[in-house]
Write a protein that binds this ligand. Structure first.
Ligand code: PMP
Length: 408
């Protein structure tokens, strides 16, 4: 086997051919602007968007009116955080000097689109708690401690943003439990579910979150389209729009709707949910186990970064970690040297965003890894197209490269 093998599905996924088929008519025949309600073709386009929105809403268990389309999860996270918090920022809200600054809680392992949005709010007068994650080594490494979260809440805490699944170490935070605490204290909860939607069942009603971000390109849909769930049933979350213009999408996000992207996202999500129902999570979990077993058999101990899926299964928490994620250290080696030695394997030393800046990933740093441990780490993101044969071949190639680098 010499074809390249794609093992970087946390960065992005290929577009499913069925998604492309569903999108094609929106380029060729149904290309009208869905806001052009003065003619038949515009009305048709509006109906197509309506249908796709309903499909997405059904998949997430919410109402179509609770979905805002965006250009992806970066924008969804910006809209959720700035959209809710900006109007309350002391720098802009009518100043009452006697009142303490509004407070928000996030975690050290969040995506940069969350952390940078929070930094901006800090400059505008918000008070911020960045919760640590449970450090390595621990069976629950990467998770936040619920007691620590509760203890961080203050009377002036107004907003919480904690991601559902991590893009580097795949750990799944206890969002429903966090939501329960937020409800009791009347705090708005946002979760960045970018790595969760399409990979595990996501139901906004049982999770009871207020705001939830997602993006199509992580579940075999096109790039450049995503969404934000904004709760309107039971309680209504008010957001200030970040992109203004024609007042599209109930004034929450202006701009001509990306009809092709929305149709692609709806189709992709429908397929992803079908795949989950057909056992894809178990299949990927078995592939990951097989890969890790083969690697450790040949290379010895490879410390796992993040919650250990093997012990989490034993203690009855099978969903502490995405089935598709393997992130571990290869002691004695540098990630760049390993990746250079196996160019046929498309894997990563960390998130694509951190890779551009060439700095140690903030997630592994938050996990407490030293520079050497972080530099020896690889992230493997399995996906729908990966087979047993590919995993076996990847294990052979990786083991041989690491053995050579170690000089044995
Ligand atoms: N949040 C997480 C957890 C992600 O993994 C990513 C993508 N790397 C994003 C947000 C940003 O998504 P997008 O590429 O759609 O802007």
């Amino acid at each position: 086997m010499s074809n390249p093998i794609y093992l970087d599905h946390h960065a992005t996924t290929p577009v499913d051919p069925r998604v492309i088929d569903a999108m094609l008519p929106t380029f060729q025949t149904h290309y009208a602007n869905p806001s052009s309600v003065s003619h038949e073709m515009g009305l048709d386009a509006a109906l197509i968007v309506e249908d796709a929105t309903l499909q997405i809403a059904n998949a997430l268990h919410c109402l179509p009116q609770e979905i805002v389309f965006t250009s992806g999860a970066t924008e969804s996270n910006n809209l959720a955080i700035a959209g809710f918090c900006f109007p309350l920022a002391p720098a802009f809200a009518s100043p009452n000097r006697c009142q303490p600054a509004p407070h928000l809680i996030t975690a050290a392992s969040e995506h940069p689109s969350v952390l940078d949005s929070v930094e901006k709010l800090k400059r505008q007068g918000w008070s911020v708690t960045r919760l640590p994650i449970i450090p390595f080594p621990s069976d629950r490494a990467g998770l936040i401690e619920i007691e620590q979260f509760s203890a961080a809440i203050r009377p002036e805490t107004k907003f919480v943003s904690i991601m559902m699944a991590n893009n580097e170490i795949g750990v799944i935070q206890p969002i429903a439990e966090i939501a329960r605490i937020c409800r009791q204290r009347n705090i708005v909860l946002h979760t960045d579910a970018t790595q969760a939607v399409g990979k595990i069942p996501v139901d906004v009603v049982s999770l009871d979150v207020d705001l939830l971000s997602f993006t199509a390109h992580k579940f075999y849909g096109p790039k450049g389209v995503g969404g934000l769930f904004v709760k309107r049933v039971g309680r209504t979350i008010e957001l200030e729009s970040q992109i203004v213009g024609g007042g599209h999408q109930r004034n929450l996000r202006s701009g001509t709707l990306n009809v092709s992207g929305i149709v692609g996202m709806a189709t992709a999500l429908g397929i992803a949910i079908e795949e989950i129902a057909n056992g894809e999570i178990t299949r990927q979990a078995e592939l990951r186990d097989r890969l890790y077993r083969q690697l450790t058999k040949r290379l010895g101990t490879l410390p796992i970064n993040g919650a250990d899926w093997r012990t989490s299964l034993q203690v009855g928490h099978p969903l502490l970690r995405l089935a598709s994620n393997l992130n571990c250290q290869f002691p004695g080696c540098d990630q760049d040297d390993i990746m250079a030695a196996v160019p046929e394997l498309n894997l990563s030393g960390g998130s694509a965003c951190a890779a551009v800046e060439k700095r140690p990933g903030h997630v592994l740093t938050a996990l407490g890894l030293d520079a050497q441990q972080a530099r020896s780490s690889l992230r493997i993101g399995l996906g729908r197209s990966n087979t047993t044969e590919q995993v076996d071949w990847a294990a052979t190639q990786l083991s041989a490269a690491v053995q050579k680098l170690r000089g044995n």
